[in-house]
Design a protein around this ligand. Structure first.
Ligand code: ADP
Ligand code: ZN
Ligand code: MG
Length: 482
């Protein structure tokens, strides 16, 4: 499903990321997912009277790491109290950065070069978690609710884009790239399935790129890339339908329901709360020294974009930085593996294709010693194995969790046929099929396939297809292919 013809989409994303600190943002309780409910709590994160917060240095450091990786400026910042009531928030206010956030004015470039502006990336504390018991799983119609405060006070970085995104696929690419950056900086594990990364999408539509932005709706509860794409497309078309029917869009917060594939209204802007923001009196302003900011920036390693460029370079620019295989390899963190195989003598492009299509995940790569993978690539590069055979050997290495390709080649009787034998087969085929050979001489490309197929059959799949083709062409007096 795409957006209806004659309409333009506008999307801005707000992503909440749990920072990978050892402890919470204002106390020393462990920041850990999946523990027994209400075990990682103390008077500070429960907001008990008289308790005082102490800012976690690492939360600030990680916020600056991610912010600078997103090309933001680090600014002096302060915390505010955002006041509202919800049972998962024991203090009755959330400590968050409001008008003076730590990171402002950055951007993220998608692998295809499209630039998404970043308005801000600010620090705040996470809330606890409620679980509504009953069939709906939502508060309406629940029999009772349970609350777990382990997450209350976990440091969050909220990263807000400008309304620059124009398609659902771009939104997906943005979140995927942001996740890679979070992992690369050590800022967060980026696990959407564990809620380490939570996405809200602001969606509006307009008739033309020259029109002003339309009224937007904000969609909550997008916890996978698939939901993100589906929800944006559903919501855009809902708005198009309304506008086409002469109805007005009201600015509101909407909930994405994964089962129904629909969004539904949660609250309108009129019902929006007045948060009565005021500066948090128990915390001092954050004013990182320029030395600290610089040291953080200089300690950043290679970002995904640099790593894609490095892979592309290894192929001599043959594969572009935005190519699907290179993007996938960097996303999976398998680029070092590819480069090690290249250092071991493997052809870069072949290594990239095999890793992206056959090895695919770090779990599989972990089973196959990279030196053995390189050896396989060299065997194929030296035409000791055909491409089909090499893939079969790799499949066997994957299945048995490693092994030496040379041993597999021998036990399977896989060696590519000696070129002399291939020559004999080709010559025998030419004399057996004189009419077809005449057509080949006349430049009929289709007969090449016939001869190659016949040579494969005669050799039991062991002849190198490229060698067969070049022999045929030279026998027919045609220039060799390039
Ligand atoms: P608020 O102050 O209500 O949170 P912001 O101006 O901070 O609103 O915007 C929140 C998010 O909504 C940002 O990601 C922004 O890019 C996005 N956004 C703003 N206007 C639009 C629009 N007309 N259509 C789509 N997204 C929008
Ligand atoms: Zn605590
Ligand atoms: Mg905002």
């Amino acid at each position: 499903m795409a957006i209806a013809k004659g309409w333009e989409l506008v999307v801005g994303l707000e992503v909440h990321c749990e920072l990978a600190t050892k402890t919470k943002i204002f106390c020393s309780c462990p920041n850990q997912f999946g523990d027994e409910p209400n075990t990682n709590i103390c008077p500070v994160c429960l907001g008990l009277p008289g308790s005082l917060p102490v800012l976690n240095y690492m939360a600030v450091e990680l916020a600056m790491r991610v912010g600078q990786a997103l090309n933001c400026r680090v600014e002096p910042s302060i915390f505010h109290r955002k006041n509202y009531f919800y049972p998962d928030m024991p203090k009755d206010y959330q400590v968050s950065q409001n008008d003076l956030p730590i990171n402002i004015d950055g951007f993220l470039d998608l692998p295809d070069g499209f630039r998404v502006g970043i308005e801000r990336a600010h620090l705040e504390e996470d809330t606890g978690k409620t679980q509504h018991m009953g069939t709906s799983g939502r508060i309406h119609g629940a029999d009772y609710s349970l609350v777990d405060y382990n997450r209350a006070g976990v440091p969050l970085l909220e990263i807000v884009t400008r309304p620059d995104i124009r398609t659902a696929e771009q939104a997906k690419a943005y979140v995927a790239e942001l996740r890679s950056i979070l992992v690369a900086t050590g800022g967060s594990d980026g696990k959407m399935e564990e809620g380490s990364m939570r996405v809200d999408a602001n969606v509006s539509v307009r008739k033309s790129v020259d029109d002003p932005y339309g009224t937007r709706c904000e969609i909550k509860n997008l916890n996978s890339l698939r939901s993100l794409v589906r929800a944006i497309e559903y919501e855009a078309n809902r708005q198009v339908d309304m506008l086409t029917n002469g109805e007005r869009i009201v600015q509101e917060t909407r909930h994405w329901n994964e089962e129904d594939g629909r969004t539904s209204s949660m609250r309108s802007k009129e019902e929006a709360m007045d948060y009565r923001y005021f500066p948090e009196p128990d915390l001092v302003p954050i004013a990182p020294s320029s030395e600290w900011v610089t040291a953080v920036r200089e300690s950043l390693g290679l970002m995904p974009a640099d790593r894609r460029a490095r892979l592309s370079e290894a192929t001599g620019g043959n594969l572009g930085t935005g190519s699907d295989t290179i993007v996938a390899i960097v996303e999976q963190g398998l680029d070092e593996y590819v480069l090690a195989a290249v250092a071991g003598g493997g052809d870069a492009r072949r290594a990239i294709n095999r890793v992206a299509n056959e090895i695919v995940t770090p779990e599989v790569a972990a089973k196959i010693d990279v030196a053995m993978f390189a050896k396989l690539l060299v065997l194929e590069g030296d035409a000791k194995l055909t491409a089909t055979q090499a893939k079969q050997v790799l499949a066997e290495m994957i299945e048995q969790g490693g092994g030496d390709p040379e041993t597999i080649v021998v036990t399977r009787g896989f060696e590519a046929m000696d070129s002399g034998v291939v020559e004999t087969i080709v010559d025998a085929l030419i004399s057996a099929h004189p009419a077809e050979f005449e057509r080949l001489k006349g430049g009929d490309a289709k007969v090449t396939g016939f001869f190659v197929g016949a040579a494969m059959k005669a050799s039991g799949g062991k002849a190198d297809g490229k060698l067969v083709t070049s022999l045929l062409r030279s026998r027919a007096g045609l220039a060799s292919e390039r």
